[in-house]
Design a protein around this ligand. Structure first.
Ligand code: UDP
Length: 310
């Protein structure tokens, strides 16, 4: 396949590029580097089947030659970005995804969209199945991301229904691993960096809110399988092991051999109280489930962050 990966210089997108190249596919990676980094692609630079183009997919574009798949990973994704890049986020979920869908349509390619568990907002149904419509505050501080991703799902379905574009919609739950930005503010890089620096671990609220953390290799494997499947409706790709954030902080401290020093901070507005995927659809459609334990994945992530900090 020749695959266009929008947002391919980001954390998740770059791992997806690695996977495609390892399988022998050709990759055209597009990224405006607003949150992505060329350092994430250093290992691919010498690959003859890999090309990087610095471009903002929000501006209309085309890619010369045949394309079999367009994979849209382009969006800032951290709550810190929601405050810093809210208009960019809304633009990439609307104009950016629209342009990626136009490319897929023009090339007769399939389209993979990286949607989010944020589509469920602060969920009233637990665990979250794909047929739950969510509980999103449309005017809150996270709305730029939640609604941009929800709009993009609606857009992809419209291209599917109107133009017959084969679309694949992933809903990604909290994913972590090497190449996360140290300063992106999300709980994994924040707490791992704090533990390595022997600083207190910042837990927001009382730490009883839960998240379900998926290691990046598992996530990429689920997305890769989704690209090959034939179902246009959303599929949760996440790890169903649910962990309260305070417990997560204790695991991080233990793995780092750091003292369990916790600093409680106010809970941000609209912070979802519980989040856990029901992955029945992924199991049935993709024969997929995560394999890497939280402890193993965190250890690998910590080793990588330790290298970065050095
Ligand atoms: N969080 C925390 N300390 C931090 C950063 C985040 O306790 O330094 C909490 C945050 O309030 C949320 C959870 O960890 O409940 C996951 O936050 P993250 O920003 O990683 O992603 P989210 O799932 O909220 O988008």
């Amino acid at each position: 396949m020749r695959v266009v990966v929008a947002g391919g210089a980001g954390f998740l997108g770059s791992h997806f590029c690695d996977r495609l190249i390892a399988e022998g596919h050709e990759v055209v990676c597009l990224d405006n580097l607003v949150t992505g980094s060329e350092a994430n692609l250093a290992q691919l630079r010498a690959e003859p089947h890999f090309a990087f183009e610095r471009r903002d997919v929000c501006d209309p574009f085309t890619v010369a030659g045949p394309v079999q798949a367009v994979c849209d990973f382009a969006s800032p994704a951290s709550p810190v970005d929601f405050a810093r890049l809210r208009l960019e986020i809304l633009r990439v979920g609307s104009a950016g995804t629209w342009n990626c869908l136009e490319l897929a349509r023009a090339k007769g390619a399939r389209f993979l969209f990286t949607g989010t568990s944020e589509a469920y907002g602060d969920p009233l149904v637990h665990p979250q199945r794909e047929d739950y419509w969510g509980n999103v505050n449309p005017v809150g501080p996270r709305s730029c991301y939640d609604e941009s991703k929800r709009f993009a799902e609606a857009l992809a379905m419209a291209f599917h229904r109107q133009h017959g574009v084969p679309v694949r919609l992933a809903r990604i739950f909290n994913t972590y691993g090497p190449r996360m930005r140290l300063d992106d503010g999300r709980v994994v890089p924040a707490l791992v960096a704090q533990a390595l620096r022997r600083e207190p671990l910042t837990v927001f609220g009382d730490g009883s809110q839960t998240r379900s953390f998926c290691y990046v290799d598992d996530e990429v494997d689920g997305l890769r399988r989704l690209l090959d499947c034939d179902d246009p409706y959303p599929v949760n790709i996440g790890n169903p092991r649910e962990t309260p954030i305070l417990e997560f902080a204790r695991i991080v401290a233990r793995l780092a051999g750091a003292p369990e020093s916790i600093e409680f901070r106010p809970l941000p507005a609209d912070d979802p109280k519980r989040r856990c995927p029901d992955i029945t659809r992924a199991r049935q459609l993709l024969n997929w489930e995560p394999r890497v334990t939280l402890e193993d994945g965190l250890q690998r992530t910590m080793d990588w962050f330790a290298g970065q900090l050095r």
